[in-house]
Design a protein around this ligand. Structure first.
Ligand code: ZN
Length: 246
């Protein structure tokens, strides 16, 4: 089975469109590690598309917040403003869809989808030490996770934890052949708000028969996404950070 795995779309329709065009014909099913909305200007369009096209999705912390399932106490003022704007903008059906999104882990075909970590949907796996601390919970060979908006992830092997690198800035793709006996936490990166210094939309293609993960980056209409954010009256910082990729 060939999967297109997305994470952290964040209501960025332009980013999502570019990813779909770039991956066309290369997958059988689409999966998502959460954060469909928050930050971006197209929450309804993105959720409408997700409801039609995605086989499995786990909720992210922004989905929870925008659904009204979390108080916004832990959100910074910009994230809070965008969560409130999103909540007010969503159609009744799309709000209900967010409310009912399942919490991870979501078991798929020999692997699982999570938003944060195997232990906690809100936990950030950023450093090698973070991955080491949750290694006892990595009880199957492969997890896909998001939340950090950093493409890459970690390989857990007897010798220790190794960081998986993102696609280099001048490349479009990088392959990772999964090895037996190694456990992997793979982060496809963020479709809608990359924060790893590369402003291109990020995703992963996973071929379960070949045991092959392909990390991808694709340029998209950043100016268009920024214009929509400004027109929506969302905080301008949310537009500015898209071109910086931070
Ligand atoms: Zn996110």
């Amino acid at each position: 089975m060939r999967y297109l795995i997305l994470s952290d779309i964040h209501a960025n329709w332009e980013g999502l469109e570019a990813v779909l065009a770039s991956a066309r014909g290369e997958y059988d099913e689409i999966l998502c590690c959460g954060d469909l909305v928050g930050y971006g200007a197209d929450p309804n369009r993105v959720i409408d598309w997700v409801r039609e096209n995605i086989a499995a999705v786990v909720r992210g912390n922004h989905d929870k917040a925008c659904a009204g399932l979390d108080d916004l106490e832990w959100f910074n003022p910009v994230a809070r403003a965008s969560a409130l704007w999103t909540q007010a903008s969503l159609s009744h059906e799309n709000l209900q869809y967010l409310v009912n999104l399942p919490q991870g882990p979501c078991p798929c075909n020999g692997f699982e989808l999570i938003h944060g970590s195997p232990e906690d949907e809100d936990e950030y796996l950023i450093s090698i030490e973070d991955a080491r601390l949750v290694s006892a919970s990595v009880r199957i060979p492969l997890f896909f996770f998001g939340h950090t908006h950093l493409q890459g992830g970690f390989a857990l092997q007897a010798a220790g934890v190794r960081r998986l690198t993102k696609v280099p800035l001048k490349e479009m793709e990088m392959s990772l052949a999964l090895e037996p006996g190694v456990r992997y936490l793979v982060n496809p990166g963020s479709v809608g708000q990359p924060r790893d210094g590369d402003c291109r939309a990020a995703y992963v293609l996973y071929d379960s028969a070949q045991g092959l993960v392909r990390y991808r980056r694709v340029p998209y209409d950043i100016a268009g996404a920024q214009r929509r954010i400004i027109e929506a009256g969302l905080p301008p910082l949310l537009a500015a950070r898209l071109s910086a990729g931070v």
